[in-house]
Design a protein around this ligand. Structure first.
Ligand SMILES: Cc1cc2nc3c(=O)[nH]c(=O)nc-3n(C[C@H](O)[C@H](O)[C@H](O)COP(=O)(O)OP(=O)(O)OC[C@H]3O[C@@H](n4cnc5c(N)ncnc54)[C@H](O)[C@@H]3O)c2cc1C
Length: 311
């Protein structure tokens, strides 16, 4: 475990925005999780779990929060990228499946490359998603017909009420870009997960991923500083289409703007010479929500998580 005082948070996020926290606690092992309650007593502040920071809009200034970074599954004891652990096989309706244990801190792109090499399908819609496994589970991330939660067989979590424990499929509730535990808890942190992936031909999987990535690259600003989609798609609708029709594409405040490529991506122009301010991001989001409500009578729900989020 490592505790860092007053970390700057912007570098941890893909949007490159946000102030600083009271403290950052880095966790590398299950033993570190056991010591977490004591560490939180020392640091104080409201606990916030950080993955890859690719779905976060962090406010500016000094935030009275402690950022917890579960890094299990990112590196092994020698400092090399940690590998997923194959636990066994199960039969599925679509053929044999492999059960894989992955740490919450493993990067999704690393896991996808590993899955291609080993011919394991299910996650290929997540190509181009830059987060960690724990963040992908927390957001039930997905695209192109795939999402994370249906692949989950068990989840090891830490909660302040029960400490470390393992949950089976009845232990969580998942919906479109939503994941929560059934048990009451002030907050939870995923530590590792067991995923069930379909065995398939590696070449076919590689081709499917390449196609998904081409689709993503041609329609989304994957090379700009964003936090992915700002709003969830309303049922049967595309938030991007509504925002575009409401005139939000390209709308700018300071260094923040809605992408010209896809109106549901709020981007940060880090090279324009104006410092990026969360205030501008929040004002643009409010402007977009109002514009869509006035034009279509639809209130968009935010997908991007804002920090601080008071428990
Ligand atoms: C270019 C780009 C493309 C994207 N494309 C997609 C896409 O196609 N589909 C999609 O669904 N999303 C997409 N996203 C959004 C984002 O990548 C996903 O939501 C991702 O799963 C977030 O993971 P993260 O590790 O970065 O989470 P973070 O941003 O660090 O955190 C997000 C939320 O999860 C919580 N969290 C993180 N780790 C844990 C943990 N271990 N335990 C409990 N809670 C945790 C955080 O507290 C926070 O509330 C995209 C983002 C970018 C920048």
């Amino acid at each position: 475990m490592k505790i860092i005082d007053r970390p700057a948070l912007a570098p941890f996020t893909t949007l490159k925005l946000g102030g600083s926290a009271l403290a950052e606690i880095r966790l590398h092992s299950l033993d570190d999780c056991e010591r977490l309650p004591e560490a939180l007593r020392l640091t104080g502040g409201s606990p916030h779990i950080l993955g890859g920071g690719s779905n976060l809009l962090i406010h500016d200034g000094f935030l009275p929060i402690t950022v917890i970074r579960p890094l299990m599954g990112s590196r092994d004891a020698e400092g090399r990228p940690a590998q997923p652990e194959i636990l066994g096989q199960e039969d599925g309706p679509d053929g044999p499946r492999t059960l894989l244990r992955v740490g919450a801190g493993m990067r999704v792109p690393f896991l996808l490359s590993w899955c291609v090499k080993h011919g394991l399908a299910g996650l290929e819609g997540l190509v181009g998603v830059p987060g960690h496994v724990g963040g992908a589970i927390a957001m039930n991330a997905g695209a192109y017909g795939c999402s994370t939660a249906p692949l989950l067989r068990s989840l090891t979590v830490f909660t302040p009420e029960r400490g470390l424990h393992e949950l089976g499929p009845g232990g969580w509730y998942a919906a479109y870009r939503h994941f929560s535990l059934v048990e009451p808890c002030a907050w939870y942190m995923s530590v590792s997960a067991v995923l069930s992936l379909r065995q398939c031909d590696a070449a076919a999987l590689r081709a499917a991923m390449t196609e998904n990535f081409q689709r993503k690259k041609s329609g989304q600003p994957v090379h700009e500083h964003t936090a992915g989609c700002v709003f969830k798609n309303p049922e049967g609708e595309s938030a991007g289409r509504l925002l575009d029709a409401a005139g939000m594409k390209g709308r700018r405040r300071g260094a923040l703007y809605f992408s010209e490529m896809h109106a549901n991506f709020l981007a940060h122009d880090t090279k324009c010479g104006i410092p990026g301010r969360s205030e501008d991001a929040l004002a643009l989001i409010e402007e977009a929500r109002t514009a869509v409500r006035e034009r279509f009578g639809i209130t968009l729900q935010q997908e991007v998580k804002e920090w601080p989020a008071w428990q």
